[in-house]
Design a protein around this ligand. Structure first.
Ligand SMILES: Nc1ncnc2c1ncn2[C@@H]1O[C@H](COP(=O)(O)OP(=O)(O)OP(=O)(O)O)[C@@H](O)[C@H]1O
Ligand SMILES: [Mg+2]
Length: 346
């Protein structure tokens, strides 16, 4: 797909597709050479759908999210392929166009609310600023909307909270404020990058449930990024598993869990703590380390850590293929787990 940056394609876009990522790659120039942090990634998110993106630390989840948002460093970055959001090409889009999209159509919630909230500005003003900028509301309309947003994200005594500074709130409450700010202009796509890391398990579940219910109410699409498959398991329509910058398996959530193909996906599941699991049972961490992304590789990037790896895995890169049993399930593996258990080979 080759598109002119900034070209409006809304007339030709499938109405149900909100985001179309096609052969997207993001490469950084580093002191040690080129680092391809996102490597030939393709997927589609429909309106109202939630995609979970999972993978170990360094697999490219945040760089992919930032590539979609058009929020990458200004120099030393090469973006290739196409990312079409609501009919608009993001790759190479001018800042002016992106400023009109950020907040208003595409919003984000990052891991650390303290890094995103301004510590010396009251919560109320941080919400109303965005409303006034994008929706052209006057002061009292913006204040009333801010109050309603704080109510919607479940903040007790919202009127008083409008006058609070970020440090006066708990971690979970700050993350709710971030969600209120992100939702202020009713975006079509919300990117939540590890939105609950660092919060305790109960608060995590509350925040994720809040995101799910707001998403349904607003028919918003969501990308939920996590290193933890358990976090995304019950809250997504589809899951993309990333390894070394590539999407190595993508499927509807139920399919991924019932018939996962990649040994890497299984290893991620086995390394995820479960509430139902007795605490004396040890998790199986994934042995070995992810590859150095600046070094050229042959074969499957996971092969050195994979107990099913064959000579072919070490020499030939597996392409992303469609599962014979489900056209929505794609994976990149020469020895998929299901084939192993049902005695077929791809
Ligand atoms: N600005 C940058 N310049 C150079 N390399 C970068 C830059 N940002 C990220 N990287 C590299 O890109 C790769 C992917 O990083 P990314 O932050 O996307 O991983 P992640 O999957 O989000 O990990 P985590 O779970 O720890 O958040 C890493 O090797 C990282 O070092
Ligand atoms: Mg990250």
């Amino acid at each position: 797909m080759s598109l002119t940056p900034g070209l409006d394609r809304s007339a030709s876009t499938d109405e149900s597709a909100l985001l179309e990522v096609c052969n997207a790659s993001t490469t950084f120039a580093t002191d040690r050479g080129s680092l391809r942090a996102v490597d030939d990634v393709s997927f589609v998110i429909k309106r109202g759908e939630t995609l979970g993106i999972v993978g170990e630390s360094g697999s490219g989840k945040t760089v992919l999210s930032r590539s979609i948002l058009g929020l990458l460093p200004r120099s030393g970055v090469l973006q290739e392929g196409s990312i079409v959001f609501d009919g608009t090409e993001i790759v190479g889009a001018p800042d002016k166009l992106m400023r009109a999209i950020w907040g208003a159509k595409m919003a984000m919630v990052f891991q650390d609310p303290m890094a995103s909230l301004n510590p010396v500005v009251r919560i109320g003003r941080q919400i109303t600023e965005s409303l006034r900028l994008h929706l052209d509301l006057d002061r009292s309309e913006a204040k009333a909307t801010a109050l309603s947003l704080l109510e919607q994200v479940g903040i007790p005594s919202p009127k008083e909270r409008l006058r609070s500074y970020p440090f006066e709130l708990s971690g979970g409450m700050r993350q709710r404020v971030m969600i209120a700010i992100a939702l202020a202009c009713s975006p079509k796509l919300l990117l939540a990058d590890e939105p609950t890391t660092g919060l305790d398990v109960t608060v995590q579940a509350q925040i994720l449930d809040l995101l799910s219910s707001l998403q349904k109410e607003r028919h918003m699409s969501v990308i939920l990024v996590s290193h933890d498959l358990g976090v995304v398991a019950s809250r997504t329509d589809n899951i993309a598993v990333m390894y070394a910058g590539k999407v190595v398996e993508i499927a509807p959530t139920a399919t991924l869990f019932s018939s996962m193909a990649m040994p890497y996906t299984k290893a991620l599941v086995d390394s995820t703590p479960r509430l139902s699991q007795p605490s004396h049972l040890r998790l199986s961490p994934i042995e070995g380390r992810p590859p150095d992304m600046t070094t050229a590789r042959q074969g499957c990037a996971f092969a050195p850590r994979c107990s099913f790896a064959t000579d072919r895995c070490r020499s030939e890169t597996p392409p992303l293929v469609t599962s014979p049993s489900n056209p929505l399930h794609r994976f990149a593996c020469w020895n998929p787990l299901n084939s192993i258990s049902i005695g077929e080979s791809s």
